[in-house]
Design a protein around this ligand. Structure first.
Ligand SMILES: [Zn+2]
Length: 223
């Protein structure tokens, strides 16, 4: 068993042998006698594994990371929840978002509609703008947007416009969601970009934060 700490800070453990299927896809073929070389293969191998789930073994070598795509989504969703928490503390509807590019957060934001008096200051819009500045491009290729609440029509439109390939959200918004609930803007064949959407990641945590917020607001007699 090999342990490896990814750039996300997560400790990953591997079975000690690698599948031959990944060998043509990695940057170099290591000398398997040499454990240092084997370790250097692992980041590429993880990416290959996640992007191309392994077919039947075609060789004698076996690779099996103990990390799953779902665990990666949960890890980054916790960052989005941290952002939502910041909104909560500032008396804003608690929605948070992060844009991740190659295991790195390049944009983050939380709802600031009230404090900025800006109807467009949704968490996703702020995170997307920051990410585009970081990449120096309006095309957010190879990025994943994590957001605690299903995006509204405006944000779903921004996701399509920025060509983000993958969206992961926490909880559905039956009254305003535009990626599943009311509209399916991110999966509309009439538009020139479609998004791979994953729902219900840390759903309970995201939903509870919103419920708590609105319960407090009702108690205050505000909303
Ligand atoms: Zn929005």
């Amino acid at each position: 068993m090999i342990s490896y700490r990814t750039r996300m800070g997560r400790q990953v453990r591997f079975q000690c042998i690698l599948f031959a299927w990944c060998l043509p896809q990695v940057s170099h073929v290591p000398d398997f006698e040499d454990s240092d070389d084997l370790e250097s293969l692992i980041p590429d191998a993880v990416r290959c594994y996640l992007e191309n789930p392994p077919p039947l073994t075609i060789g004698t070598l076996m690779f099996e990371p103990t990390i799953t795509l779902q665990q990666i989504h949960e890890y980054w969703m916790m960052h989005a929840i941290d952002q939502a928490q910041r909104a909560f503390e500032q008396d804003e509807v608690p929605v948070g978002a992060v844009v991740v590019h190659e295991d790195r957060v390049i944009g983050e934001g939380y709802n600031q509609r009230e404090s900025l008096n800006d109807p467009t200051a949704h968490a996703e819009m702020i995170a997307i703008t920051q990410a585009a500045e970081e990449l120096k491009s309006w095309r957010l290729l190879n990025c994943t947007l994590y957001v605690t609440l299903e995006p509204c029509p405006m944000c779903a439109g921004a996701i399509v416009q920025s060509r983000i390939p993958r969206l992961v959200y926490g909880t559905m918004d039956p009254k305003g969601g535009a990626c599943n609930s009311l509209y399916q803007i991110t999966d509309d064949a009439r538009l020139n970009h479609r998004v791979n959407v994953t729902a219900d990641v840390h759903q309970l945590e995201c939903q509870t934060l919103l419920k708590e917020f609105f319960a407090i607001q009702r108690a205050k007699g505000k909303k």
